[in-house]
Design a protein around this ligand. Structure first.
Ligand SMILES: [Zn+2]
Length: 306
């Protein structure tokens, strides 16, 4: 079943676990994640970033949406880190059930103004919106272990932001870093800050930069207010390491089905481990007979506060 973000995160908040959100570029990775989620009966969010979205023709997302709708397992299809209204609108048109507008590097006022436009359109179509307040760390120099520009989320800002924008989920900056973690750097999750934010913000909170963050800390975060964890670099790294090993050992190999066979298994291993860390295995049982996406869209009213 294909749900929007609000629908897929609701049981996660109620039963205190997190839904894994995996960034995919093409159908091999997509299929590996979907099959593992179905096998483990875990709700999963498939994410596509703007660069990944631009990489393929839009018909790919027809396949994604049809495949997810047919499944008895709950899924959402999310457009990750859009910096533009147009990008969000295109994703909605392509059948995505959720979008993230990332205005975290803009002024607070601009971030709010822009995301309100996205929320207004999205909610009219039954699509959910994720916003971000504070700024998640970015790897500046992998070899030198330098992380730049982390701005922790302030609880009072988070409350105000959710109220005025009507977002359905909120990404918070509590110590994680996007991408592969630089050498010698250990992300330290601010779990007390997370608990403080979770106690005052009503919508589910999202952890970005989940790859490479110590898993015991991530597991604790998933019981302390985080209900969506984004994973990208970690399973992609496993995928390409496997491809590299295969082509090194078999330099004349030309068959993608052979080259990618082990890579798919490696992706599935990472996905299985992460879904266990998030406490999501077996949780599909809490989704009952959810209405198909779009059934209520016509009646849905925007939640933007004037
Ligand atoms: Zn992110």
């Amino acid at each position: 079943m294909l749900l929007n973000l609000e629908e897929i995160l609701k049981p996660a908040k109620e039963y205190n676990f997190a839904v894994g959100a995996f960034n995919v570029t093409e159908s091999t990775m997509f299929q590996a994640i979907v099959e593992k989620a179905e096998e483990l009966k875990a709700p999963v969010i498939i994410q596509v970033s703007p660069n990944e979205f631009a990489f393929s023709e839009k018909e790919l997302y027809l396949y994604f949406t049809e495949r997810l709708k047919k499944s008895s397992n709950p899924f959402a299809l999310h457009y990750d880190h859009s910096k533009s209204f147009a990008g969000c609108a295109q994703a909605m048109q392509a059948g995505f059930t959720s979008v993230m507008y990332d205005g975290s590097r803009l002024s607070y006022r601009e971030n709010v103004e822009n995301i309100r436009k996205v929320t207004e359109l999205a909610h009219a179509l039954g699509v959910s919106v994720e916003g971000e307040i504070g700024a998640i760390g970015e790897t500046q120099d992998f070899e030198a272990g330098i992380v730049a520009d982390m701005i922790y989320t302030k609880p009072e800002d988070a409350v105000r932001f959710v109220k005025v924008t009507g977002v359905d989920a909120l990404a918070v900056s509590i110590g994680t870093v996007h991408g592969l973690i630089p050498k010698g750097y250990t992300p330290e999750l601010q779990l007390e800050l997370l608990k403080e934010i979770a106690s005052v913000v009503e919508v589910p909170l999202v952890l970005h930069g989940g790859s490479g963050t110590p898993e015991d800390a991530v597991a604790e975060a998933c019981h302390s207010g985080i209900h969506k964890v984004n994973i990208s670099s970690e399973f992609k790294h496993a995928y390409y390491q496997s491809v590299k090993e295969f082509v090194t050992e078999n330099p004349t190999a030309v068959s993608p089905t052979l080259t990618l066979k082990q890579a798919v298994k490696e992706v599935k291993k990472v996905v299985e481990r992460k879904l266990n860390v998030f406490g999501a295995v077996g949780m599909s049982r809490y989704y009952g007979k959810a209405k198909p996406f779009g059934a209520e869209a016509a009646e849905r009213k925007t939640t933007i506060k004037e």
